[in-house]
Design a protein around this ligand. Structure first.
Ligand code: FAD
Length: 304
């Protein structure tokens, strides 16, 4: 399928599960690919201590990541551009052009964009007020020792709470989870854990983080105020999509719906929408994205 008009058959932007699955599938149907990733491959998987929803017997993120990385490094048709990121993606009738942070440009008939999401901070939300410049660590950075016999205030009801509880099944900790109504659908998996206290709120004012304790003023939907104190505060308020500038079409929530994109741009993984953000769905959508490019290229050749 190689064509001298292009640098490669498929540019894959992002080396998480979706991007890795895309290049693996591309190679299996004879397509060359270039995968661009600023960090190491599967960097997010290395942060997941326990898995219970991935086929293949993998019980931790690093175990799965090591296996994917080894497979990619031995995939001959795939060229890895690690330590680089794509700053702009353009698409026209003839090609896609990805510009790297080095200003180098790559061209191909198709691009798979699988750049995922990055963590939000309190200042990015309307329901939390914090002093200027305050940032808090995400819950997944808390180690067992940070949690043992302590009360942790968790801002937001996003899924890493479930991962944290599974990763530390014996930790004697208490999680006070304050969350807005919009997170209600996410908290089902932690509702029955005896270590969790769920506190739905309308608004939260974080006033003090003095290193030894944290205090917040919470307002519930009836307008009732209460003060909550804890030993430390962590975030679980979710993520925002991260995508290169250029011709990607973003929805009002910042995500990039696959159906709205230029026909040469195929979006995969977490970047598609706030829901369905899972490893298996990322792997599946990355594989499908590569096949979409393969069949589309075949149809164009047949017409031409
Ligand atoms: C703490 C935590 C726990 C989780 N636990 C689970 C779990 O138990 N089970 C589960 O199924 N899922 C879990 N997830 C979700 C899962 O990790 C994601 O759904 C999955 O990693 C999404 O894969 P992806 O390839 O779409 O994106 P990502 O894994 O986010 O990969 C995107 C990649 O794109 C790269 N990138 C970003 N911008 C650019 C750019 N401009 N140019 C080039 N590359 C770029 C990034 O460096 C990143 O490596 C968890 C996530 C977290 C954070």
């Amino acid at each position: 399928m190689a064509d001298t008009l292009y640098d490669t058959d498929l540019i894959v932007i992002g080396g998480g599960p979706a991007g890795c699955a895309a290049v693996r599938m591309a190679a299996s149907v004879g397509m060359r690919s270039i995968l661009v990733e600023p960090d190491r491959l599967c960097r997010n998987l290395y942060r997941i201590p326990a898995l219970n929803n991935v086929l293949g017997g993998y019980t931790s993120g690093p175990e799965l990541a090591d296996s994917i990385v080894a497979e990619l490094e031995s995939t001959e048709l795939c060229c890895l551009e690690l330590g680089r990121h794509v700053t702009e993606l353009r698409a026209d009738e003839a090609r896609v052009t990805a510009t790297l942070d080095t200003s180098a440009r790559l061209t191909a008939p198709y691009a798979v964009v699988a750049t995922g999401v990055g963590p939000l901070q309190p200042r990015d939300t309307a329901w939390i007020t914090t002093p200027d410049g305050l940032t808090l660590p995400p819950l997944w950075q808390a180690e067992a020792d940070d949690a043992e016999s302590r009360t942790l205030l968790v801002l937001g009801g996003d899924r890493p709470i479930g991962t944290f509880l599974r990763a530390h099944p014996t930790t004697d900790t208490s999680l006070l989870v304050v969350y807005p109504a919009a997170d209600e659908y996410k908290i089902g998996e932690i509702r029955d854990d005896p270590r969790v206290t769920l506190l739905p709120v309308e608004h939260l004012m974080l006033s003090l983080a003095d290193g030894t304790s944290v205090s917040v003023e919470a307002v519930n939907k009836e307008g009732v105020r209460r003060t909550i104190t804890a030993d430390a505060a962590y975030l679980s308020i979710g993520n925002a999509p991260t995508a290169p500038s250029g011709d990607l079409i973003r929805g009002s929530d910042g995500y990039c719906p696959p159906a709205d994109q230029h026909f040469r741009v195929i979006v995969a993984g977490d970047l598609r929408s706030a829901r369905f953000q899972r490893i298996m769905t990322a792997l599946g959508s990355g594989s499908e994205a590569a096949l979409r490019a393969y069949y589309a290229a075949g149809e164009l050749l047949a017409k031409g």
